[in-house]
Design a protein around this ligand. Structure first.
Ligand SMILES: C[S@@+](CC[C@H](N)C(=O)[O-])C[C@H]1O[C@@H](n2cnc3c(N)ncnc32)[C@H](O)[C@@H]1O
Length: 351
């Protein structure tokens, strides 16, 4: 069976929480309420339809046409976390032994706790305005390049960053606020670290930034980001690189990093080194109850908080260089150590 992402089942989401920041049971945070897993199976229409008939679960969805290809289909199942192994074994058995179509199928498994709804759902193709200064037009073959500077065309088929997740919305709100604030974004350089679709870099450039760089560790997402830059006619102003901090070039006036907490804590130590002297950084991807620990973490790196945003239990921080002490050891209260940073740190945390 072909598995996207170099032969592995891709599990998007926070599968590896550091002990210190695992939210308490029943903490009310969205990702802990009910862990739902989405299994998407792509392949030629005949193969996927045959699998659909054979499985006959009743709750799954079958859709013809994936991306630009009407001959391909996608079968989508949403299951409770503890049933996923059992279901994957059953599907493998049917595909390999009963139908002998396993080689034609591609699987993608993602944790919906930190994921967005699949962008190919009909209802998610409508334009929407995450902030008053920007309209997002989900990409479709009939959609053409936007002519006005406040509209972004976005293909998010293989990457995080539709603009509908609260953490992305918080970053967009921060970009909007910074662009309309006294210092503005005019002519500034932007780094979108963990860029997914590159929505944040595109938004910042649309709202005045001079140039942008997007860095993304997932090759499929990096390809999607490049495509979005082209779709929006910004190839001369935004560069996308596949990789992590080692791929970042120079310093940026604005760093945007929407990452799961474990990745922020493992790699966030790189933020000050890549921030220009008067630069500002926006970080998100963590819940309200982790915000203080993130503030402590970045304070020890010499960054002070200039803004806090919240939405649906998620938080974002806006920061700049501050006078505060730059600690190198663990804080006795938080248990998070800045000396455990690993710039390229990412393996399993895809989001
Ligand atoms: C939550 S998504 C955010 C996407 C987009 N920036 C947004 O705000 O919607 C985080 C992205 O960071 C990427 N990522 C995770 N660890 C990374 C690392 N160490 N270096 C670069 N990208 C990373 C993931 O693959 C994922 O696409």
């Amino acid at each position: 069976m072909k598995l996207r992402g170099g032969g592995r089942v891709i599990l998007s989401g926070q599968s590896h929480w550091p002990r210190a920041i695992v939210p308490a049971k029943n903490s009310g945070l969205p990702w802990r309420r009910r862990m739902k897993i989405e299994i998407a199976i792509d392949g030629p229409w005949e193969a996927v339809a045959a699998l659909h008939r054979k499985l006959a679960y009743g709750s799954e969805r079958l859709a013809q046409g994936v991306g630009d290809d009407p001959k391909r289909a996608r079968l989508l199942l949403v299951e409770e976390e503890d049933r996923v192994n059992q279901i994957l074994i059953r599907i493998s058995h049917v595909a390999e032994r009963e139908l002998r179509i396993a080689d034609e199928l591609e699987f993608r498994v993602r944790n919906l706790a930190y994921s967005e709804p699949s962008s190919w759902c009909e209802s998610l193709r409508e334009p929407f305005q995450p902030v008053s200064s920007l309209t997002i037009l989900p990409w479709h073959p009939t959609v053409s390049r936007p002519s006005d500077r406040h509209t972004i065309v976005l293909d998010s088929n293989l990457a995080f960053g539709t603009g509908r997740h609260p953490t992305t919305e918080l970053c967009l709100k921060a970009i909007h606020d910074l662009s309309s604030g006294p210092r503005g974004l005019s002519g500034k350089s932007v780094l979108d670290f963990g860029c997914g679709t590159a929505l944040l870099a595109i938004a910042a450039v649309k709202l005045g930034a001079g140039r942008g760089q997007g860095v993304e560790i997932d090759p499929e997402a990096a390809a999607t980001a490049k495509r979005n830059v082209v779709l929006n006619g910004l190839s001369d102003r935004i560069v996308i690189s596949h990789g992590s901090w080692e791929a970042v070039e120079g310093k940026a006036d604005l760093i945007l990093a929407n990452l799961v907490p474990s990745v922020l804590l493992r790699t966030g130590c790189e933020v000050p080194a890549h921030l220009s002297e008067q630069g500002r950084a926006v970080v998100s991807g963590f819940g309200r109850n982790q915000s203080q620990e993130m503030e402590d973490f970045f304070a020890r790196l010499g960054l002070r908080i200039t803004g806090r945003l919240e939405r649906e239990g998620w938080s974002a921080l806006v920061m700049e260089r501050g006078e505060g002490p730059i600690a190198t050891a663990a804080s006795p209260t938080s248990g998070i150590r800045t000396d455990q940073c690993h710039p390229g740190g990412q393996d399993n945390d895809r989001s």
